[in-house]
Write a protein that binds this ligand. Structure first.
Ligand code: ADP
Length: 179
């Protein structure tokens, strides 16, 4: 583990199940502010995500190809420990709503108690993406499959590289459910 943490290196941790236009916007803006951004895909054995860890990493890697100072990795356990292992002194977070602010406030205080040397930096979500969440994407993917509609509804929520992966995943989920 590096002795000193770099204030020019930020870690953006989340579930990214899957990566959305909102996440991409925060990463892109973070990459302009910091020398390095590491995107950390959290692996929580108690949750069953839609996409496997490897699928989430692959999708992020495709979407983030244009940003040379952004790398992607996965981690288990506390996010602050991952931030430390990366040698970063900053944790990057996105804020969408008042509910987010409340939750993030508690989380930040907990993280500060665990690792006072790590500072959390918040970026306000862009107005065009502030309604986007992973659960909304899943709902749209599950319900928005009208073959007569030429317009792809997922385009408004996920980067274009992610659309076919979400579609394929939901076709499988529906087949498995016998729908
Ligand atoms: P989600 O809530 O969509 O599952 P994550 O749990 O992966 O996303 O969240 C990781 C971080 O990204 C959090 O700081 C969260 O507030 C932020 N975030 C999530 N969606 C957006 C969005 N649409 N715009 C800006 N920030 C976002």
């Amino acid at each position: 583990m590096p002795n000193s943490l770099s204030p020019r290196h930020a870690v953006y941790a989340g579930s990214f199940d899957p990566v959305s236009l909102g996440h991409k916007d925060i990463i892109e803006r973070g990459a302009r502010m910091f020398e390095r951004v590491t995107v950390g895909v959290g692996v929580n054995p108690e949750k069953s995500p839609l996409f496997t860890t490897q699928e989430r990493l692959d999708l992020l890697q495709q979407v983030l190809k244009p940003f040379p100072n952004v790398t992607v990795a996965c981690f288990e356990g506390l996010a602050v420990n991952f931030v430390r292992r990366c040698g970063a002194a900053v944790m990057l977070r996105g804020l969408r709503t008042l509910t987010d602010i409340e939750a993030e406030f508690t989380l930040t205080l907990a993280n500060r108690a665990l690792a006072a040397e790590i500072e959390t930096v918040f970026l306000m979500a862009s107005e065009k993406y502030s309604h986007i969440s992973s659960s909304l994407i899943k709902q749209v993917a599950m319900l928005g499959t009208d073959s007569l509609n030429e317009h792809e509804p997922l385009e408004a929520f996920v980067p274009r590289e992610v659309i076919s992966a979400v579609r394929a995943k939901f076709q499988r989920v529906k087949r498995e459910k016998g729908g």
